[in-house]
Write a protein that binds this ligand. Structure first.
Ligand SMILES: *[C@@H]1O[C@H](CO)[C@@H](O)[C@H](O)[C@H]1NC(C)=O
Ligand SMILES: *[C@@H]1O[C@H](CO)[C@@H](O)[C@H](O)[C@H]1NC(C)=O
Ligand SMILES: *[C@@H]1O[C@H](CO)[C@@H](O)[C@H](O)[C@H]1NC(C)=O
Ligand SMILES: *[C@@H]1O[C@H](CO)[C@@H](O)[C@H](O)[C@H]1NC(C)=O
Ligand SMILES: *[C@@H]1O[C@H](CO)[C@@H](O)[C@H](O)[C@H]1NC(C)=O
Ligand SMILES: *[C@@H]1O[C@H](CO)[C@@H](O)[C@H](O)[C@H]1NC(C)=O
Ligand SMILES: *[C@@H]1O[C@H](CO)[C@@H](O)[C@H](O)[C@H]1NC(C)=O
Ligand SMILES: *[C@@H]1O[C@H](CO)[C@@H](O)[C@H](O)[C@H]1NC(C)=O
Ligand SMILES: *[C@@H]1O[C@H](CO)[C@@H](O)[C@H](O)[C@H]1NC(C)=O
Ligand SMILES: *[C@@H]1O[C@H](CO)[C@@H](O)[C@H](O)[C@H]1NC(C)=O
Ligand SMILES: *[C@@H]1O[C@H](CO)[C@@H](O)[C@H](O)[C@H]1NC(C)=O
Ligand SMILES: *[C@@H]1O[C@H](CO)[C@@H](O)[C@H](O)[C@H]1NC(C)=O
Length: 405
């Protein structure tokens, strides 16, 4: 998987022909100490020499946030946000580039927050919004702080994920750039792994398998194409190109094809089904939706420790769902069974929550069901046990029924 990263880096190195940045910068774009930006009036931002990127205040919710964006139509693309989890600030907020080389953000109630933490000593400071999308502070013409070192959900052509600055966190949504639910991290072993932070179930999932090939070949006028890779709010890591000539954005690569392959959208006993970028979480038949932040489902009855309760007679229905996939390891796998035998194996095993039949394997798992996905290309049949009651008196009843969701 390290080769994924190297492919992406290679792509970025290929397309970023800019070196010795400060020497090439247009002197009229150098920002000197004393310069001030105002959230609610001119001057709100500092442009890069090409005008493609700007640093400053942008609209966020009912107020403003500080960040870097790619100037685009109909919407600008935010590529970096300072203190992204702070609430938006009001129109009377200001941002000053001070003689000490700091960027204090002052809000109306007098609160002050430092955006770039440079350890000061009386030197000559300057700042610049570079054409690569990097906002940089210089001390004696050497870089002392750069926004590229603090990626949020995006890396741009020329920007690296490094050991020290090694993660991307998705945004809440396309319009709210506060930290969202997904995290992409480059581990010390060089592997890129994605996590969903807020799930209580075991959520670590290696989404970046061998299927990944990022093809770095580029065509066209490279000075007019800006590349960006973002961990989108839905957890898909995508490489985009912005063609500035005709103002089009193309998604030229993504790590998974189906948004449901990003584990963690749907909670326990719930499965994901997608259409394009939209997805839904659905309960297995016989399960009811719980009122949880991530859609989860439960049965009305559960029986704990059935192995030790030989007296207990459990009544259940078997429901059937086609085209299912469950991630994670099955309790056990039986080979060379047919579909009916697979179903029967689950009926006979009290700890069985469900079986997934995929010719000729029968994968048996316990509840709760995790990371379920349904897609028409998946040729499987799932049988799920739904407990409808238990009794120590009545004889076991098995009601075979076919339920299609
Ligand atoms: C510097 O930028 C200004 C405006 O952004 C432009 O008018 C000027 O031609 C540029 N100079 C050079 C040398 O690129
Ligand atoms: C995009 O950014 C430019 C430059 O800062 C600004 O003039 C414009 O209003 C922004 N567009 C939107 C839709 O916010
Ligand atoms: C600024 O950086 C210094 C040294 O890197 C660190 O000790 C200090 O805590 C930082 N301050 C803030 C507000 O992050
Ligand atoms: C920056 O330049 C000033 C004046 O030329 C010098 O006194 C100072 O030591 C330099 N600082 C660094 C970090 O190079
Ligand atoms: C990113 O890494 C490449 C290769 O190591 C290096 O040449 C380049 O300067 C780095 N870019 C930044 C912005 O640090
Ligand atoms: C990458 O693109 C080139 C040129 O279009 C093509 O020849 C090559 O087969 C592609 N490689 C992969 C792995 O898709
Ligand atoms: C690329 O675009 C720039 C700006 O429009 C233009 O000056 C240059 O000639 C173009 N280069 C090629 C190879 O088309
Ligand atoms: C935009 O321009 C690029 C080349 O610069 C071209 O490949 C692409 O097809 C164009 N898209 C549209 C919608 O015209
Ligand atoms: C179980 O199956 C029976 C027979 O089809 C049906 O009447 C009953 O509603 C089902 N129970 C549950 C909990 O799904
Ligand atoms: C589970 O219980 C709820 C509320 O008591 C009920 O609305 C629902 O129909 C039940 N579900 C099943 C599958 O029996
Ligand atoms: C799914 O499996 C069945 C049973 O072997 C087979 O007849 C059918 O062609 C398969 N469908 C697909 C799309 O592979
Ligand atoms: C399954 O249940 C439905 C209604 O609950 C019933 O009409 C159907 O006959 C049952 N199927 C089997 C195989 O028992």
């Amino acid at each position: 998987m390290a080769h994924l990263l190297s492919h992406i880096l290679l792509l970025f190195v290929v397309v970023s022909l800019h070196v010795n940045v400060i020497a090439q910068e247009n002197e009229s774009n150098i920002i000197l100490p004393g310069s001030i930006l105002y959230a609610g009036k001119h001057q709100r931002s500092w442009p890069s020499p090409s005008g493609h990127f700007e640093f400053g205040f942008y609209r966020q919710g009912s107020g403003y946030a500080v960040g870097v964006w790619l100037v685009d139509r109909p919407e600008n693309t935010t590529v970096w946000t300072a203190n992204r989890d702070d609430p938006p600030v009001s129109a009377s907020s200001t941002l000053e580039f001070t003689a000490q080389g700091k960027l204090p953000l002052r809000t109306e109630n007098g609160a002050q927050k430092i955006i770039a933490n440079t350890s000061s000593s009386g030197s000559v400071y300057s700042a610049c919004m570079l054409d690569l999308g990097n906002f940089v502070l210089y001390q004696n013409r050497s870089v002392v702080w750069e926004s590229f070192d603090f990626p949020t959900d995006t890396i741009l052509g020329g920007q690296n994920l490094t050991r020290d600055h090694n993660q991307l966190i998705s945004s809440v949504s396309r319009s709210n750039h506060a930290g969202g639910q997904f995290l992409l991290s480059m581990q010390t072993d060089g592997n890129l792994v994605a996590y969903r932070g807020i799930l209580t179930m075991s959520s670590e999932s290696d989404l970046y398998g061998e299927r990944i090939v990022a093809n770095g070949s580029t065509t066209g006028n490279q000075t007019m194409i800006i590349y960006r890779a973002s961990l989108d709010p839905n957890g898909i890591f995508r490489l985009y190109s912005h063609q500035l000539e005709n103002n089009t954005i193309s998604n030229i690569w993504q790590d998974v094809d189906d948004v449901c392959d990003v584990n963690g959208h749907c909670g326990l006993n719930s499965y994901c089904s997608s259409k394009g970028d939209d997805f839904g979480c659905y309960c297995y038949p016989g399960f009811t939706l719980e009122n949880t932040k991530i859609p989860s489902c439960s049965q009305n009855f559960t029986v704990d420790g059935c192995e030790s309760r030989k007296d207990l007679l459990i009544q259940y229905n078997i429901t059937t769902l086609e085209n299912m996939e469950w991630a994670g390891d099955p309790n056990y796998v039986k080979h060379n069974l047919d579909k009916e035998e697979c179903k029967k194996a689950c009926e006979e095993e009290c700890s069985c929550g469900g079986v997934l039949y995929s010719i000729p394997n029968c994968n048996m798992i316990r509840l709760p069901l995790k990371f379920g996905k349904r897609h028409e290309n998946i040729n499987t049949t799932a049988f799920i046990k739904v407990i409808v009651g238990s009794s120590s008196e009545i004889r076991p009843t098995l009601i075979n029924n076919q339920t299609e969701a």
